[in-house]
Design a protein around this ligand. Structure first.
Ligand SMILES: [Zn+2]
Length: 335
């Protein structure tokens, strides 16, 4: 099955810089010790990524594979199982395989009950595939919410460490937030943190069925689609459009301004409710770095009056915060 991935060219090992971004420096100091054999998989709307923490405490390279949007539920379970077995260290020379697989998912995930309640951005309908995956792989499988996994990385070893009121915002195909309030992670039975579906006044229909959601303006696909409408150039990454905005492209500038202004609106609503002190940004859009941070910070500062003005940073984990947090979650479970 590994060969099948190779033949299809679907799986590409992560490059060195990605591995560098998820180095164990933070895990190394985290509560003192490694625990062996934990794998983490981050399932997005368009691709799947994974790493394994080996028995020796070595983190594998990040592997990734695109997901065919036409895949049905049964094939999807097989695809995830095949992908897991492809991961470096899955079967180490000593014959070990991970004892625990943590799968991070977008959507409504109730971690306490271990239930996927629903997801607007996933290409299958069977929500009960985790037991099947566990059976196929013969390992314990645990699901977690992708953004709350990223939040865990920030709380344990990142910008939100020691923070009482913080938000970790992931911006990619969807937009979601992990929330810390009074020093505790807010779960809301899986429903907390859906800032991507705050109405920011857009006239477009969202993947959730509502009109006007933040995701229709500021998600990666929304930015790409809006730029294509203005220029006829389809399929560009949002980070490329940010670069073009910087270089003086008028359409790119307008699209990027709409996106960052709408994000500021979403954050303003969250900060007003929660008294947020720190915001950390991850996901594909966070790779835009200062091009995202500066206009967003300025727009948010303009929109706040008597409120606390939060400090905003780009996550040190870039778009790998979820994988990092999922490994940490596995470590916590094995304590
Ligand atoms: Zn929506």
């Amino acid at each position: 099955m590994v060969q099948r991935f190779y033949r299809r060219g679907a799986v590409m090992p992560g490059n060195k810089s990605e591995v560098g971004a998820i180095k164990l420096s933070a895990l190394d100091t985290w509560r003192g010790a490694y625990h062996p054999d934990i794998a983490a998989i981050d399932i997005g709307a368009t691709n799947i990524r994974g790493v394994v923490l080996s028995k020796e405490g070595k983190l594998s390279q990040v592997a990734r594979s695109p997901i065919d949007s036409g895949v049905d539920s049964a094939d999807f379970v097989k695809l995830v199982a095949d992908f897991a077995q492809y991961l470096e260290h899955w079967n180490s020379p000593g014959g070990h395989q991970p004892s625990l697989l943590v799968v991070a998912l977008p959507g409504i995930v109730d971690e306490k009950r271990q239930e996927l309640i629903g997801s607007a951005n996933l290409p299958w309908s069977d929500l009960n595939w985790v037991p099947k995956l566990s059976q196929l792989l013969m390992v314990q499988v645990r699901i977690t919410h992708d953004v709350r996994a990223a939040l865990r990385a920030e709380v344990e070893t990142g910008f939100l460490n020691g923070c009482s009121q913080g938000i970790a915002v992931s911006i990619g195909t969807g937009i979601g937030a992990g929330i810390v309030t009074d020093g505790r992670v807010l779960f809301g039975e899986g429903y907390a943190g859906e800032i991507g579906h705050i109405n920011v006044g857009s006239d477009r229909e969202c993947s959730c069925g509502a009109i006007g959601c933040l995701e229709t303006v500021s998600s990666g696909p929304a930015i790409s689609a809006r730029y294509a409408e203005g220029t006829g150039k389809a399929g560009l990454e949002a980070t490329e459009i940010a670069k073009r905005a910087d270089a003086g492209d008028c359409v790119a500038s307008e699209v990027w301004k709409q996106a960052t202004d709408a994000l500021a609106l979403g954050l303003q609503a969250s900060c007003s409710v929660l008294g947020t002190e720190r915001v950390v940004l991850s996901g594909g859009l966070a790779l835009a770095g200062q091009r995202l941070l500066e206009p967003l910070t300025q727009a948010l500062e303009r929109s706040l009056s008597f409120h606390k003005v939060p400090e905003i940073r780009i996550s040190k984990y870039g778009d790998l915060a979820t994988l990092h947090g999922a490994i940490l979650e596995g470590l916590l479970l094995n304590q």
